[in-house]
Design a protein around this ligand. Sequence first.
Ligand SMILES: [Fe+2]
Length: 397
Amino acid sequence: MARWNEVVLGFVKCGLLFGIMFAVLGIFFLNCIGPWLNSPNYKPPHLSFIGDPSTSMGIAFETPEACNATVYYGLSETDLNMSQTDNQLRTLHFFNLTNLLPNMTYYYLINASERNYAFMNVVETFRTAPPFGSKDPIHFAVLGDTRPDIFGMTKHKELLDLIKPRKPDFILNVGDIVLGPTYTHQWDRFFYEIGDIAKNIPYMVSMGNHEHHEAGGEADAGRTYLKYMHFPGVEEYYAFNYSNACFISMNIQSEESITAEQLDWLNKTLTNANNSVEINWIIVYFHTPPYCTTESHPVIVERVVEPYLVPFKVDLVLAGHHHHYERLEIDGISYVISGGGGAELDLFVTPTEWTSSIANTYQFCDILINGTVLNLYCVDYNNLIIDQLTLTAWRNV
Ligand SMILES: [Fe+2]
């Protein structure tokens, strides 16, 4: 009798064990596959700055089948009295709307004569920047390393859902948005995740090492990134002026990425910004940080920081690459690592002697500039402010 009891108990234990295993595997499977199943096989409209943000706006999207497309736009929702048409049959579409008025809300609608995808024939809005040199407030959000982890999971969309109600003027992503440049489904997923916010707010990106090459795998030198992204100039690195600030995005994600051409461009861009009476703020953002708890001083960024960022009195440097939040103050420059954007968090973080604040959590930065004062708030996954920085511009006249 006792033996039968042991056999039944054994079956019950095995059943419980298998039940728990199946439940865990089921949750894991849904977490991995769910977001991909939800990703459409097109890229919804996403805005970016191409030229002067006060007078132009870039709109890009991808359709499942090749088609022509028209963007109708105007200052009234009921009178879209301007248009741009591309009669070429293509899947990747890009429009640069120019000759816009500063500081205005524009309405736009995308139409294709032979197709009608979900994002078409819907009136959307965007807002042009204040005139260059004005002291109008600037509000932007920063996040980085939003790529999926090796199990296909990321908190990117949840963080964007926290950013959206704050109504920033634009978003900066400091890189690593996919696990590898040739992972087609992850590009689809990235544009699906940003679709709800980037149809109304420009979403600017700096190239990360994962957009340039896969970990231990194939390098496509950022070709896929450059195919989907539309930024000013050579696009691999670029700059734009917004109100009284100059934003400079560099391509810093490997030793080879810091070319002589890029450094020459950086020198000219910093010189022009520093000499401009309209510009109070110089904000530089790129992927691999110069200073960090886990990698205190990578050689590649010494070539940028010491001869350029310090002498030109850059106000703020934003980076990612390491999956946590960290703020450091060195030689009068504030360095912020905002790498808790969705990928797996770092295992351990220990402050360096220069670290002012550190948090190993999912987060983004919410930054407001008002004249010559900047306030940076680090916001965590629970929408709580976990760090704050107030800066006065070096160029404060
Ligand atoms: Fe990275």
